[in-house]
Design a protein around this ligand. Structure first.
Ligand code: ATP
Length: 237
């Protein structure tokens, strides 16, 4: 399986404060990779660095192209879409306009309409609410919209930052099932940040453990789940 994203020696932070101290990670095409880590470990910062939203140094390669210095829009055009933590939908416009906004880098307007129809099939709750303002959706529906909007750019890699945040367990489960289906049926590659380790390990092909800005362990979900320290810290067993 070919490597889609390769991150080597990534350093990033905010102003003078360095948060990532040389992160290495790889995401293979067609897989779901998960970054597990406690609050403040640097998970969101890693996502922001990959999507070009903050200053970074090291080496980030996407499908053989070095994107370390690329601006966010160029990174979206290359095929990386981010679902930010806290959803980040445009609350004052409708569900459908949010979907259209996700296609801003595309010029194939006819295919955009086809894609919107396609994603309504995957997210029927959004279809029912297509004319509703995004800000009036429930938390789970907003998260679904954030994912659907990101998919509208036709990404090859979806960065998903803690989709379970603030959601009821049953909604979280539904969301993870959708992510799993997108991966299995459409071959979408996913890099997922999660604190809900049990759920994340269920859909992951590969897991990295991030602690204070460094990857301290990585491997298959079986290997990671077998690690005593991981079990104590993340699985509560
Ligand atoms: P959580 O699970 O709580 O979201 P995280 O692993 O995603 O945590 P980050 O959001 O990457 O962690 O934050 C890592 C560190 O960077 C924290 O100490 C945080 O306070 C700091 N940080 C995050 N965003 C900013 C910012 N915009 N300005 C300054 N410091 C920030």
């Amino acid at each position: 399986m070919s490597m889609l994203l390769s991150v080597r020696g990534l350093h990033a932070g905010y102003g003078p404060v360095e948060v990532l101290h040389g992160v290495d990670l790889e995401v293979h095409e067609g897989q779901v990779a998960v970054i597990l880590g406690a609050n403040g470990a640097g998970k969101t910062t890693t996502m922001r660095a990959v999507s070009g939203m903050i200053a970074r140094r090291g080496e980030i390669e996407f499908d053989g192209t070095n994107i370390t210095k690329s601006p966010p829009e160029a990174i979206v055009r290359l095929g990386i879409a981010q679902v930010p933590q806290g959803r980040g939908t445009f609350t004052d416009i409708t569900v459908e306009d949010n979907m259209r906004a996700g296609a801003y880098v595309r010029h194939d307007h006819h295919a955009v309409a086809t894609d919107i129809a396609l994603w309504y099939e995957t997210f029927p709750r959004l279809s029912d609410r297509r004319s509703q303002k995004a800000g009036t959706l429930s938390g789970g529906e907003q998260q679904m919209l954030a994912i659907a909007r990101a998919l509208m750019s036709r990404p090859r890699l979806l960065l998903c930052d803690e989709p379970s945040l603030g959601l009821a367990p049953i909604i979280t489960k539904e969301l993870f099932q959708i992510i799993k289906r997108l991966n299995e049926q459409q071959g979408l590659t996913v890099l997922l940040v999660e604190q809900n380790a049990n759920l994340a390990l269920e859909i992951a092909h590969h897991v990295c453990l991030l602690e204070t800005g460094q990857i301290v362990a990585s491997g298959s979900p079986e290997v990671i789940a077998d690690d005593d320290a991981v079990r104590r810290a993340y699985l509560g067993t």
